[in-house]
Design a protein around this ligand. Structure first.
Ligand code: ZN
Length: 146
């Protein structure tokens, strides 16, 4: 009579332990949340573009990143989705000197600037509103650029 409850208890603990084992396989997805724009960490920098590439965030979103040479450092800047950026006159390419205003956040252990605005020569491209909300998430744009 004593054995039955003990066995039941053992099984309960195995079942309770298994969900975390299953979730461990997806650890990469949840350990690196999407970097969040923080208006309190907005900075403005000027640098020369060393590289432009499309990156896939761990959460699955894609975006154009530029590697900006700022004095002796290289700063990574997240601009926005390629489809959205392609809709504007202002294009960025390797060798361009640009000014970036955006929120400095941590992403994958290093610094990342979530750009709110970029300026090249006299052209300005505004990517987010003052609170950091991306314009590509606006209803107007949503249906146009993917
Ligand atoms: Zn990005």
């Amino acid at each position: 009579m004593w054995l039955l409850p003990a066995t039941a208890l053992l099984w309960t603990s195995i079942i309770a332990a298994s969900p975390s084992t299953v979730l461990a396989g997806h650890a990469n997805d949840s350990s690196q949340p999407e970097p969040r724009y923080d208006p309190a960490t907005v900075i403005s920098i000027v640098g020369v573009i060393q590289d432009v590439r499309e990156m896939v965030h761990p959460a699955g979103t894609r975006g154009i990143h530029v590697m900006l040479k700022v004095e002796k450092r290289t700063v990574q800047v997240h601009l926005g989705p390629a489809g959205f950026l392609g809709a504007f006159e202002l294009r960025v390419a390797k060798g361009d000197s640009i000014q970036v205003t955006g929120s400095k956040v941590k992403f994958g252990g290093s610094d990342l600037i979530l750009a709110r605005q970029i300026r090249k020569n006299n052209e300005v491209l505004v990517l987010r509103d003052d609170d950091g909300r991306p314009y590509w998430e606006d209803e107007i744009f949503k249906n146009c650029f993917r």
